[in-house]
Design a protein. Structure first.
Length: 609
């Protein structure tokens, strides 16, 4: 969960590396560093802390040269410190390495190297790679890299450079993402396309086990083990540079919250027809598989898991197929019963989450067909799945996921209707009603966003709370889980989400005078039940903010404050109800002066187990 970049060409490398790292900081931000070949001599600068620290340091001590590699880190082995920051070098300082992933056998490699007299300067797993390179180098960097990776176990993408061959960078991918950007008289490497779109939109997406040799004029990709060239076509990226900038917004999170009307429209685009049927041209070849599905697992982590919880209700209600939603890191170790005609749906914004990817592989090994719902169609998860539904949310930079979540909910609803059509379990009036409801959502989200100021005031009022509760029943409970995660993640206020009917079985003991409770009340068929639970917490001193549908003013008899969402179908209400919760988290974090886009201890893309 680090970001790596590399540049070789005819421009100064330093600003290109720093700019690339700034687009990758979401992947990790506890230290950063770059190495540049200055008149064929390796020069390094690396610092603990944010990229801004490194940039400040480089302001007075610039590195001049047209080839370099850079890294932004999320610490796994060794605390954040200057010494543990990448790039790492061998003892002579002539080989440098940046690494994303974990070298699992680094302890034994380190011992082995130490026995041969190697002195380590960091606590990282990565440093073994630099020393091994020096040992294996016999005049050809590519051969040395190929020999070294034979010794490595685990996940790694690497960027490697040496003074001995200043005309090239070498990059390797093994279970951690890596792309090679194609320029004119210059070429690039990066963990993510976001770091490259300012320079090029033509990329090669490396596959696991591939090695790329990059010079200013040429990119050669080969199988790292056999050395055989791989013949690949470049991918044209449809992102643009503005999408990875904050624009007029103070934070990416706020920008992404406000992009939701657009991202919902984009995710709908081309997926319904004039008869209000759902069509997925990308799934057309698999219609028979979907017709015969008898059991569904949904597997994901974090926010994507919360989307999966709602997706499971959507699929069950519209198809009557049993669905189980699992946390990916649990699914893979719990010996799940996968029968013939089981569909495994994996959900991941990034498409690179290690636990979700491993769950996908485990499900496939057990015989399931795999459908991925992801925001990155070039990701590992998309490439490993049998079928892919892309959420068209565009790049999501803030660590706290917002627009990807609502796009996932929309994708789930579309897929549920599609499955219902294939299996003939959905009535046509129900389908038409749902599709029309989906089409109305972008405008309805705009309406919720127009009331952001009211939510802002509420956020101010809870910023000093020691703890908060989110309650709801049915789908509202799943939305409560997401609201609570969002608040914890960026404001660091403790909060818990509870199924409203479950509070009285223990957690009610935590409610005291003034405890803020956010109650989701969009399930009108469960309205009386949830109101009873609101009264229970009110009786113990809670201050209740209710989130409900317009017109439901009688909730004011139970709650202290109300935030309204436009009326919609029950299955679609989560897409609207989550928006005020996203705004509450954002404004609470803002009021507390927290680093909203880069909360402590976290990273956007979790590529370690
Ligand atoms: O990229 P993914 O959707 O697979 O990521 C899964 C989680 O790590 C992610 O949703 C995380 O929970 C978010 N930071 C929550 O806002």
């Amino acid at each position: 969960m680090c970001g790596i970049v590399g540049y070789i060409g005819n421009r100064e490398a330093q600003p290109i590396l720093l700019n690339g790292l700034s687009k990758l900081e979401y992947r990790g931000y506890d230290s950063a560093g770059i190495a540049v070949l200055e008149r064929n001599q390796m020069k390094l600068r690396k610092t603990e802390g944010r990229l801004a620290n490194l940039s400040a340091r480089l302001r007075d001590h610039q590195l001049k040269g047209t080839a370099g590699i850079g890294h932004t880190r999320w610490a796994t082995h060794g605390r954040p410190s200057d010494a543990n920051s990448h790039p790492h070098t061998d003892m002579s300082g002539t080989f440098t390495v940046v690494h994303n992933g974990i070298v699992e056998n680094y302890v034994e490699l380190k011992q082995e190297l130490e026995q041969r007299g190697v002195v380590f300067t960091s606590e990282t797993d990565t440093e073994v790679v630099a020393h091994l390179l020096a040992e294996h180098y016999e005049g050809d960097l590519v051969s040395a890299v190929r020999a070294v990776i034979q010794r490595l176990q685990g996940a790694y993408s690497l960027g490697v450079m040496t003074e001995h061959e200043p005309d090239k960078l070498v990059a390797v991918r093994q279970s951690s993402p890596l792309v090679v950007g194609i320029g004119y008289g210059e070429n690039f490497i990066a963990s993510d396309i976001a770091a490259l779109v300012a320079h090029t939109r033509q990329v090669y997406i490396l596959e696991d086990g591939e090695l790329a040799v990059i010079t200013p004029e040429r990119i050669a990709i080969m199988n790292a083990e056999s050395g055989q060239p791989t013949n690949r076509k470049p991918t044209q990226v449809d992102w643009n540079a503005d999408q990875v900038e904050k624009g007029l917004f103070d934070h990416f999170m706020l920008k992404e919250i406000h992009e939701q009307p657009l991202t919902l429209r984009n995710t709908m685009l081309g997926r319904t027809n004039e008869y209000d049927e759902v069509c997925f041209p990308e799934l057309a070849h698999a219609a028979d598989v979907f017709k015969n599905v008898e059991k569904v697992f949904i597997v994901a982590c974090g926010t994507a898991y919360h989307a999966g919880l709602i997706g499971s209700t959507m699929i069950e209600q519209l198809t009557r197929i049993p669905v189980q939603c699992d946390i990916a890191s649990e699914f893979r170790y719990r010996d799940p019963v996968v029968t013939a005609n089981t569909l495994l749906i994996v959900v991941s914004q990034s498409g690179e989450t290690a636990d979700t990817l491993a769950a996908l592989q485990e499900g496939r090994r057990r015989g399931a067909k795999v459908l991925a719902i992801t925001n990155v169609p070039t990701s590992s998860i998309a490439r490993d799945a049998d079928y892919v539904i892309s959420t068209m949310a565009g790049p999501e930079i803030a660590v706290a996921s917002t627009k990807a979540y609502t796009a996932q909910l929309l994708a789930f609803c579309l897929f549920s209707v599609y499955l219902g059509q294939e299996k003939r379990t959905i009535r046509s009036e129900q389908r038409v009603e749902l599709v029309r409801g989906l089409k109305a959502l972008p405008v309805q989200v705009e309406k919720v966003l127009e009331n952001a100021n009211e939510v802002k005031q509420y956020a101010e009022s809870i910023k000093d709370a020691g703890s908060l509760f989110f309650i709801g029943r049915g789908l509202d409970y799943a939305v409560a889980l997401e609201g609570s995660l969002k608040l914890k993640e960026i404001s660091y206020i403790h909060s818990e989400a509870y199924a409203a009917g479950e509070l009285k079985h223990g957690t009610l003991a935590l409610i005291e005078q003034g405890t803020p409770v956010i109650a989701l009340v969009t399930h009108m068929d469960l309205y009386d039940k949830t109101v009873s639970n609101i009264k229970e917490v009110k009786a113990r001193g809670a201050h209740v903010m209710g989130i409900t549908v317009e017109g439901n003013v009688q909730l004011l008899n139970a709650a202290d404050e109300i935030c309204f969402i436009p009326p919609t179908l029950q299955l679609l209400a989560p897409i609207l109800a989550v928006v005020p919760l996203q705004l509450i988290s954002y404004y609470t974090s803002l009021a507390l002066g927290k680093d909203i886009d880069k909360p402590r201890n976290l990273a956007k893309s979790v590529t370690v187990e």
